[in-house]
Design a protein around this ligand. Structure first.
Ligand code: UDX
Length: 442
């Protein structure tokens, strides 16, 4: 089976490499020539453990290639739409212009160059991007108008997490197939035959439900995080310990321990924008019941303010010229993604208030420096801490947790640390002479 993957960002690059690994002939298509060149040479344009070996294996075997030419999709039986759906300038709704453009370009190719002419053979187009509910039905109509009735659209949301993307792609925890015609389920079951044989649950639905599964999953995860962060506020006000609280809550299998880590909150290219887009779409549809997502977003954003205020308070609210060491820049560990990164926002807000902020991140310094060039970047945590008046633990990279707090203590100006991720070994830090403050635990 030949497959095209349109859009080779995070989702598309990993999906294309994963499908080649499964034995399909894959062409990845993107208008970004630099990205296409890198992927074609077996290089990932972003940090993702395990991706480069897969890219190299695929490209060397000839099963995986990348191009900027959408016409290369013509020979494929299945086309995956993996383009981004970023946030619009209104800060709420999803921007579907890349998706619309990709569908129009693909439809033109499938119509064999002439609008209205049927394609040469039945063809399946599969949307994977996260979209407002109702988008798939609209795109299905558009595709059939331009490319003819032989083109069917299915929606197959992707749940991969950055930093675990390869594993999540090859071994998903569920497969959701939103279908609207006779071939969608049959063809996608062939695409995912290996995972299905390994026992991965398959949920078959209509297009709208499949769209909502993805939006719902991300909104639920975000709600879980904001819930525990709201409880962390209460813990801080009462001297209770949110980590112990989360542990005890998590033993209830109906609740579960995962996504109950209180701290600086969620960021990245998905959760924040998807929460807002779901809220906005519900409002458009006159459904007010999801208005609590505004609070989920607000609680999450307040965490960043809380850390800025905490750091400022420790420095007697005189930030001008004070040295701040920021440990972490990426929105989460094992990623160099700084999109809507809580860590980077805290660092930038302290910089704006006059602090001299020196950042260390094991992999994200380059991406961070692109969007926040006025921060200083150090090549080690100890260098970042040199002469610091306060140390902020902002992204929970394992190396920070494993570090010897004595090593940092020797170089800092003042032994003040804010553990915004609530996971440093506090007793060790205190024994090493630090004044240790965390978010929601005494
Ligand atoms: C998320 C979804 O998990 C994934 O299914 C979807 O496909 C894309 O969006 P990702 O953005 O890679 O994946 O990150 P994830 O691991 O979900 O973490 C999101 C954010 O929540 C991070 O900023 C993380 O630091 C934060 N988080 C996570 C918490 O603050 N507390 C937690 O307990 C868990």
């Amino acid at each position: 089976m030949q497959v095209s993957v349109i859009g080779t960002g995070y989702l598309g690059a990993v999906h294309a490499a994963g499908l080649a690994e499964l034995g399909f002939d894959v062409v990845g298509i993107d208008h970004d020539a630099a990205k296409v060149a890198a992927l074609g040479a077996g290089r990932a344009p972003f940090y993702e453990p395990g991706l480069e070996p897969l890219l190299r294996k695929g490209t060397e075997s000839g099963r995986l290639r990348f191009t900027t030419d959408v016409a290369a999709a013509a020979g494929a039986d299945v086309h995956f739409l993996c383009v981004g759906t970023p946030q619009q300038p209104d800060g709420l709704r999803a921007d579907l212009s890349h998706l619309d453009a990709a569908v129009d370009a693909l439809a033109g190719v499938l119509a064999d160059g002439a609008a209205g002419r049927p394609p040469r053979r039945p063809t399946l187009v599969v949307g994977k991007s996260t979209v407002p509910v109702g988008t798939a039905a609209r795109l299905a109509t558009r595709l059939q108008e331009v490319a003819g009735p032989g083109v069917e659209l299915a929606w197959n949301p992707e749940f991969l997490r950055e930093g675990h993307a390869v594993d999540d792609t090859l071994r998903p925890d569920r497969i959701v197939l939103g279908v609207a015609g006779p071939t969608g389920e049959q063809v996608l079951r062939r695409v995912y035959a290996e995972a299905v044989a390994a026992g991965t649950p398959v949920v078959v639905s209509d297009l709208a439900t499949a769209e909502l599964v993805k939006a719902g999953a991300n909104a639920f995860l975000a709600t879980k995080i904001s819930f525990i962060n709201a409880m962390a506020e209460l813990c801080a006000a009462t001297g209770a310990n949110v980590t112990t609280l989360a542990e005890a809550l998590g033993h209830d299998v109906r609740i579960g321990r995962r996504f109950l880590d209180a701290g600086l909150g969620f960021g990245g290219g998905c959760l924040p924008k998807d929460v807002r887009a779901l809220r906005a779409r519900a409002e458009e549809l006159g459904v007010d019941a999801l208005s609590f997502l505004d609070d989920v977003d607000r609680v999450n954003r307040d965490r960043r303010t809380r850390v800025v205020e905490l750091a400022s308070g420790l420095l007697e609210h005189r930030l001008e010229g004070r040295r701040v060491a920021a440990l972490g820049a990426s929105f989460k560990p094992h990623s160099d993604d700084v999109r809507d990164s809580p860590a980077l926002e805290v660092a930038q807000r302290l910089r704006e208030r006059g602090a001299l902020v020196r950042v260390y991140d094991p992999v994200a310094a380059t991406t961070a420096a692109r969007v926040a060039p006025d921060l200083e970047y150090a090549d080690s945590a100890v260098t970042a801490c040199r002469d610091a008046d306060v140390v902020l633990h902002l992204t929970e990279w394992p190396e920070f947790r494993a570090a010897d707090p004595h090593a940092y203590a020797e170089v800092v100006g003042r032994r003040l640390v804010v553990d915004a991720r609530n996971c440093l070994p506090r007793d060790r830090w205190r024994e090493a002479g630090w004044h240790y403050v965390s978010l929601g635990a005494a």
